[in-house]
Design a protein around this ligand. Structure first.
Ligand code: ADP
Ligand code: MG
Length: 144
């Protein structure tokens, strides 16, 4: 696979920046002519990943989220969302539907489940005290 385009965005993990991240990623993917459904899937997945950094990664200090988008062969999109926050030990537990460490009123525990459903692949790596990296991949179909 040939890397045909890429961009890296660093932004403070503060409420509101998830909106910019999702719009920026969507704009970057527009030249691939994704369907409305595909672009909405990508926007939702990016939103969930960046919202997690904002909500969970830095409970006691400020920090940043890095969003990296790579496009391969003008059709496969890889999105990586990285933080250097508190991380977590059990990735399988965190990915379970309805699992949340926050109050149920605020957080549904469905973030990773949504990312998994809306993208072709999801990989989560996390290390307590070091941070978290979420990698998502989606192939844009050819539309007639
Ligand atoms: P929710 O955000 O609604 O709690 P998610 O499925 O998005 O549900 O995430 C599950 C749990 O994984 C969170 O409650 C949190 O404990 C942990 N988590 C997710 N992303 C991060 C992150 N970037 N840094 C630290 N913890 C995280
Ligand atoms: Mg979440």
């Amino acid at each position: 696979m040939k890397l045909t385009n890429h961009v890296k965005i660093n932004l403070p993990a503060v409420v509101g920046n998830e909106g910019f991240a999702r719009a920026a990623v969507a704009a970057f993917c527009t030249p691939l002519s994704p369907s409305l459904e595909e672009i909405n899937d990508i926007k939702t997945a990016v939103s969930e990943a960046v919202t997690n950094v904002i909500a969970h990664a830095y409970p006691e200090r400020s920090g940043e989220a890095e969003v990296e988008v790579a496009i391969y062969d003008d059709k496969v999109i890889t999105i990586t969302v990285t933080d250097e926050g508190i991380g977590f030990a059990d990735v399988n537990q965190a990915k379970k539907p309805f699992y949340t460490t926050k109050s149920a009123e605020e957080h549904s525990g469905m973030g990773f489940t949504i990312m998994e459903a809306f993208m072709d692949e999801l990989e989560v790596r996390s290390e307590p005290g070091r941070g978290t990296r979420v990698t998502m991949r989606k192939a844009i179909k050819q539309h007639a």
